[in-house]
Design a protein around this ligand. Structure first.
Ligand code: SAM
Ligand code: SF4
Ligand code: SF4
Length: 388
């Protein structure tokens, strides 16, 4: 087996890109939220990382070797406060955002996260419609928190679970966390009505691919949508190698041998998952059995309609999961910038966006153990810092 290479690069303290200073008023159309980037993609989806800390050490995200007791997390003062997050979120909504996802690190570790959810749940689009408000969690604290999250106004939830077999799952989370506790969290979330629930499984070839069928069988007909995610080359610490990626096409093929599937239409523009429905004896989608999704970020780029922006724990705006630098919105907030200026800055930053990393990835030299992706590709921030 080839040796694992873990380059240590802390991207957080790279000088952020300066935020464009606008001296003239923006055209009305932009202020009304029709902002589009250079590839004509609107801004619709904002992912907000509320903490860079996590109680898991998934090897593909926060490997123990790097995120050990010597690792320095952001100090409390660096984090955006709930008021700062809510103010920014409101201004993003004016620019076209309709969906907000809280993430991390592990978002349920952020103290009083319910208070933030309560504030975000009050936001309305310019037409008076509530936002699609959701959260991605590893599920470890979900049993305890599901009711409070629901009461605060969270609509739905995505829970990550990489296998049903305890030994496999514990190897993936690397902190000995048992499957049963996540399943109890899922049950609690379903019981309080945090749905439709999505379950995310990152598939690593040779590590948890034997869990694909057991996971599919477990969630079949449960009302929860299981989604298989290709292991991605995010960040610079997970020692990513192409040979550990199991293409979604192979996942679907494997499932089809036991559980017939039919392709379904995308539910929304910019949807990351390709949907497949379980088929009945007539070969039609059986709604009672439900559906699965595959997210093929590596083998089938979906940059063409990517409408996602990411706000880091300390208020840096990232335009792509694979970006190496953010735009510093926190300093605008903390130097007393007006709503108009912040809004115009967001709009100006988005208008300049031309990121499409996944599409361009195929042109990069292939990653090998001698030539790992992290050193051949541009430097990138960690997923735990900007969120998934
Ligand atoms: N801690 C929460 C969790 O695990 O759900 C939220 C943050 S986590 C960074 C968000 C999502 O990113 C999770 O579903 C996780 O499985 C996924 N993820 C992290 N690293 C990944 C990688 N290298 N490839 C694919 N997905 C990854
Ligand atoms: Fe933590 Fe989520 Fe990353 Fe796993 S994927 S280490 S649970 S932030
Ligand atoms: Fe969007 Fe960047 Fe992912 Fe492409 S690589 S889909 S632009 S986040």
């Amino acid at each position: 087996m080839s040796e694992r290479v873990i380059p240590l690069i802390d991207q957080r303290h790279l000088a952020p890109k300066s935020v464009p200073v606008l001296t003239t008023a923006l055209p009305k159309l932009q202020v009304l939220g029709q902002v589009q980037d250079r590839l004509n993609r609107p801004l619709r989806d904002l992912r907000i990382s509320v903490t860079d800390r996590c109680n898991f050490r998934c090897s593909y995200c926060m490997p123990k070797e790097v995120f050990d007791s010597n690792y320095t997390y952001l100090p409390q003062t660096a984090l955006l406060s709930f008021e700062e997050i809510t103010r920014l979120a409101r201004l993003f909504v004016v620019q076209g955002v309709r969906k907000i996802r809280l993430t991390g690190g592990e978002p349920l570790l952020r103290k009083n996260i319910e208070v933030l959810i309560e504030q975000l749940a009050q936001l309305r689009t310019p037409d008076g419609v509530p936002l699609d408000l959701t959260l991605t969690t590893n599920g470890s604290l979900l049993k305890r928190k599901a009711q409070a999250l629901k009461d605060a106004g969270l609509q739905r939830i995505t829970v990550s679970l990489d296998g049903l077999d305890d030994a496999v799952f514990k190897r993936m989370n690397d902190v000995d966390f048992p499957v049963a506790d996540v399943l109890e969290g899922l049950e609690a979330a379903q019981a309080v009505g945090l749905g439709p629930i999505k379950v995310n499984m990152v598939v690593k070839r040779g590590t948890n691919d034997d869990q694909i069928l057991p996971m599919a069988r477990h969630f079949l007909g449960s009302g929860m949508v299981l989604r298989f995610i290709e292991y991605m080359d995010v960040g610079a610490t997970n020692g990513w190698r192409m040979d550990e990626v199991l293409p979604s096409a192979e996942v679907v093929q494997h499932l089809q041998t036991q559980l017939p599937l039919v392709p379904l239409e995308a539910s929304a523009a910019g949807e990351t998952a390709q949907r497949w429905g379980y088929a009945n004896a007539q070969g039609q989608h059986d709604h009672a059995l439900g559906e699965i999704g595959v997210i093929s970020s590596v083998t089938q780029a979906f940059c063409g309609d990517c409408n996602r922006a990411r706000l880091s724990t300390e208020g840096q705006l990232y335009l792509c999961l694979f970006a190496s630098q953010g735009h510093d919105l926190r300093s605008l907030l903390r130097t007393g910038a007006s709503d108009e200026l912040i809004q115009a800055s967001i709009s100006g930053i988005w208008a300049q966006r031309d990121d499409r990393y996944s599409q361009l990835r195929s042109q990069l030299p292939p990653a090998t153990s001698e030539n790992p992706a992290a050193t051949t590709a541009p430097r990138r921030v960690e997923m735990s810092y900007i969120g998934g």
